[in-house]
Design a protein. Structure first.
Length: 281
């Protein structure tokens, strides 16, 4: 609770500074984007400085350089194919097929559904490498002050994980609504079967004869996992769109990990991740 209050304080402080500069309102789904009402193909490149999921990460940084192509229909349907290269591993670490649908209900409510299929390299050290796919629903209520957003996802591992995200954000726009700055705070809660399988797979790489059913106690327990503070910056010019997304992760609820002949509580540390996306539509 104390961490959440700190996150909210940081958000309000940052938001107050931006409000003082003055801005007009648009929501995170950016209804002022003229491409929202068009059908179009897209392609782009994305850089992610490290793979962090729910505040957890591998012991070594795993940055991704990804290229993607996709199609967005004016009805709200979209699909995308993403190839992610891990330069530290010198390999294509992940292929992703993504599809979804977004729809606005009136002026204040946006609802979406999405599904992803993951194809990880067999040598991947990504903590989600056991996840075969995911599916989820999300909703956002837009207004002129703080916009609440909620999403619920299923991560398909050997045992399904459930992840709930609660987020507060606000969209500040500049330069005739070409530039959007969106500070946000969020809290994620869920189960950790994916994390359990990550540790088991790492151990079995070193000892294939190892028989281990579980490595994390209570992996199926639903609990708070991390808090995140981010500021999404989007700039549109012509057919190009640029997105910068710095995120600070604060993991909570350390897991008790049991290996053969030893058991310990994991040491959690905060993480900072930078994401840059360049898209042509």
């Amino acid at each position: 609770m104390k961490v959440l209050l700190v996150c909210l304080a940081i958000f309000v402080t940052g938001a107050s500074h931006l409000i003082a500069q003055g801005s007009n309102k648009t929501n995170d789904n950016d209804p002022d984007d003229p491409y929202n009402t068009k059908s179009y193909f897209m392609f782009g490149v994305n850089y992610l400085s490290d793979n962090v999921y729910l505040g957890r990460r591998d012991t070594a940084k795993i940055p991704y350089v990804s290229s993607y192509i996709g199609y967005h229909d004016k009805s709200g349907l979209y699909t995308k194919l993403i190839a992610s290269y891990a330069p530290t591993k010198r390999q294509i670490d992940l292929l992703t097929i993504e599809a979804g649908y977004d729809h606005d209900f009136g002026d204040h409510l946006n609802v979406g559904v999405d599904a992803d299929k993951f194809f990880y390299n067999k040598n991947s050290n990504n903590i989600r490498s056991s996840t075969k796919g995911s599916a989820g629903v999300n909703g956002q209520y837009t207004n002129d002050i703080i916009e609440p957003q909620v999403s619920f996802n299923l991560d398909l591992n050997k045992k399904t994980d459930y992840v709930l995200e609660l987020q507060l954000d606000h969209d500040f726009d500049f330069l005739k609504k070409k530039l959007h700055i969106i500070p946000a705070v969020s809290m994620n809660s869920g189960t950790q079967h994916y994390y359990d399988e990550y540790f088991i797979n790492r151990l079995k790489k070193n000892d294939k004869s190892l028989k281990l059913k579980n490595s994390i106690n209570e992996a199926g327990k639903f609990k708070p996992l991390d808090y995140e503070i981010s500021t999404k910056v989007t700039y549109r010019t012509g057919k190009w769109m640029f997105i910068l997304l710095p995120t600070y992760f604060i993991p909570v609820s350390p897991a008790t990990i049991t290996f053969p002949k030893q058991s310990f509580t994991e040491k959690l540390s905060n993480s900072f991740v930078l994401e840059l996306d360049i898209c042509h539509r």
